[in-house]
Ligand binder design. Structure first.
Ligand code: 4AD
Length: 456
């Protein structure tokens, strides 16, 4: 279908006084005595394109003015007020009519209402802006790593081993459990893979395999968590960016994470000025300034033990009590990043008991070389670590956790055959989008959110 993007009409001055054809959906319309106006949007631009129709022409308007109708419009591009352009229509073809029960009739709907119609909410300004920014951020992540010689690898989504060891895996099966099986082993041996399988919570273990061959790698794909947490920042299926770097220690991992976040934020500010202004006005006043500050200042680094001291000294009642050894809850993370530092903070060296088996054990015997990145408004957006590269220490950590070593033979062999210091991190892509857009619920930055009890 020969036509041009509405974005091009706005950005290409050579089109003024030329005849063009555009397509789109009617966002609003107005009918007056001599002229009618349609605000048309094809998704390529946050701004709608005004179509002006002279009612003396023979253009039929009975369907074309209805909200949600899809149109193909031909006309002349003319300059309009406030440096904008509009189109004087000469021809309008209705591609698809839209009846009055179309739910997006009002100008503004609540995000909760829009969540009930994931198939239509993309046609609102908010979701147009969210998904444009999401797309630009994804591209920025790829360019960042590609420009630094990282290899993009795709790790398996179906796995036989639980990376995080937290038992949050969705099971993958073709047969239901049946009491006729003598035990779990017999059941699994009859299943598709002949053993227990699940959806991967992280591509890290395979990412390490790749990094031990290609040096620097990153993954960018979905991870799955069967966590029963109904919060504004958890979904059961999220997009995970996981770089893994050979010949790297914890400070290197921290440096790369900071540089990546700053690069992505800078790219969005450069490439999506309209969208970012929209979020600043409608979602978080001062958002652009917050992001500019993020780019121009160093992130803070704070040892877990120091963070616990700060929390204990805090003039604030926490729901979850604070003691050395406890996991940091969102309220703690937000206090540290919002009230103590008021910026992005890397918290490092957590107690080994609350972190995964693969993290490098520190000489103190109590902590591991872990790092989480906490940001104001969201809390944790990155979790990572230097990895335990010593075979015996790793086996000991796995045994302490009663893990089945047979499931991790490939992983353990990496520590036998030319083991090197290495590390990496996982970024929750949606969490970064929340931070960058000021949208406070993760359900509103992903096309189809999967949460407990919701898999539309
Ligand atoms: O801290 P996590 O569990 O770390 C890992 O999975 C490591 N294997 C990463 C690595 O070192 N390669 O998860 C990493 C990040 C979290 O910081 C969070 O941003 C995001 O993944 N995340 C979720 N995002 C949305 N919904 C959930 N249920 C999430 N669980 C984790």
């Amino acid at each position: 279908m020969k036509h041009i993007d509405i974005k091009e009409v706005f950005t290409n001055p050579a089109l003024i006084n030329k005849t063009v054809t555009v397509c789109g959906w009617v966002r609003t319309s107005r009918d007056s005595k001599n002229v009618a106006f349609i605000e048309l949007n094809d998704g390529t631009s946050l701004k709608h394109l005004q179509i002006v129709i002279d009612k003396a022409s023979d253009i039929a308007l009975d369907q074309a003015l209805k909200l949600g109708t899809s149109l193909k419009v031909t006309g002349t591009v003319v300059e309009a007020r406030q440096a904008a352009v509009e189109i004087n229509a000469t021809e309008i073809e209705v591609l698809g009519t839209c009846p009055p029960e179309y739910p997006l009739q009002k100008k503004r709907h609540t995000l909760e209402f829009l969540r009930t119609m994931p198939h239509l909410r993309g046609r609102t300004n908010t979701f147009n802006a969210v998904f444009r920014v999401r797309s630009v951020m994804a591209e920025a992540i790829h360019s960042f790593f590609q420009s630094k010689n990282y290899v993009y690898v795709n790790t398996p989504l179906i796995t036989g081993s639980d990376c995080e060891g937290a038992g949050e895996m969705f099971q993958v099966t073709t047969i239901g459990y049946n009491t006729e099986y003598k035990n779990e082993e017999e059941y699994y041996s009859n299943d598709f893979f002949g053993k227990k399988a699940g959806l991967s919570v992280s591509g890290q273990l395979e990412g390490e395999v790749a990094a031990m061959a290609f040096g620097k790698i990153y993954t960018f794909g979905p991870s799955f968590r069967a966590e029963n947490s109904n919060t504004p920042k958890h979904v059961a299926e999220f997009w995970h960016v996981e770089p893994e770097i050979a010949f790297a220690e914890l400070p290197d991992v921290i440096e790369i994470a900071e540089e990546m976040i700053k690069t992505v934020v800078k790219t969005v500010l450069d490439k999506c000025p309209d969208e970012m202004k929209f979020f600043d006005t409608h979602f978080e006043n001062g958002l652009i300034e917050k992001l500019q500050n993020l780019i121009s200042n160093d992130f803070a680094v704070c040892d877990y033990t120091e963070a616990i001291e700060l929390l204990k000294k805090a003039d604030k009642e926490f729901v979850y009590p604070v003691e050395w050894g406890c996991d940091l809850q969102t309220e703690h993370e937000r206090y540290i990043s919002e009230e103590v530092f008021n910026k992005a903070v890397f918290v490092t060296n957590y107690p080994k008991e609350i972190k995964s088996f693969y993290m490098k054990q520190n000489p103190d015997g109590k902590t591991v070389a872990a790092v989480d990145l906490l940001v104001p408004g969201v809390g944790e957006i990155i979790g990572g670590s230097e990895r335990e590269a010593d075979y015996d220490k790793l086996v000991a950590a796995m045994n302490e956790r009663n893990m089945n070593l047979d499931l991790y033979t490939d992983y353990l062999e990496l520590r036998k055959f030319g083991s090197v210091p290495h590390g990496g991190f996982g970024l929750g892509f949606e969490r970064l989008i929340m931070y960058v857009t000021g949208v406070s619920n993760i359900r509103d930055v992903i096309l189809y959110p999967r949460t407990v009890g919701n898999v539309r």
